[in-house]
Design a protein around this ligand. Structure first.
Ligand code: S3P
Length: 173
């Protein structure tokens, strides 16, 4: 399954929790990209530009999507591609982790993880414009969970309930 949504929606935090609940593993696209290139995401943007980062991200994405039993956490820009969510392998669920822009900004700021796209004069304005542009793409995911005000554990429970509707009803099954 794949979690999509804006920076700060909780993909990276929630993916391992969902994976733990399902007995799967989780993979964060950005972590794979950093491992493979030996560069931070910020350095990749700076040295090679966003277009090259998107190519690497797309390659990593096609490779990881071929795996079974994984919860995938792509970066927030990966799903923003015409047809990308429609082209998921059969049986791969997609969930949009929705977040209000103010909360996304708060979470991004407190994470300490630098987001090159928000290195502007007004990160809040940039985030607002970018989120408005991207929402129609994220909305193409099969499912949606609004994470605003929810803890990562609550978000996890909602995702598991979507994927395994009988999970909580039959804890022994
Ligand atoms: C990006 C989101 C980031 C990272 C890169 C670009 C985006 O990942 O891939 O900075 O375009 O939204 P997160 O969504 O994990 O912050």
């Amino acid at each position: 399954m794949v979690l999509v949504g804006f920076m700060g929606c909780g993909k990276t935090t929630v993916a391992p929790l969902v994976a733990g609940a399902l007995g799967w593993s989780s993979i964060d696209f950005d972590e794979v990209i950093v491992d493979r290139t030996g560069k931070s995401i910020a350095d990749l943007f700076e040295e090679y530009g966003e277009a090259r980062f998107r190519e690497i991200e797309a390659e990593v994405g096609s490779e990881l999507l071929a795996r079974d039993g994984v919860v995938l956490a792509p970066g927030g820009g990966w799903a923003v591609h015409a047809g990308r969510l429609e082209a998921l392998p059969t049986g791969t669920a997609s969930v949009w982790l929705r977040v209000a822009v103010d909360e996304a900004i708060r979470r991004v700021t407190s994470s300490g993880r630098l987001r090159p796209l928000l290195k502007t004069e007004s990160p809040a304005e940039t985030a607002r414009a970018l989120l408005a542009e991207r929402e129609p793409h994220y909305a193409r995911a099969q499912h949606e969970v609004d994470t605003t005000g929810l803890s990562p554990e609550d978000v996890t429970r909602r995702i598991v309930a979507i994927l395994r509707p009988t999970h909580d009803l039959n804890p022994d099954s």
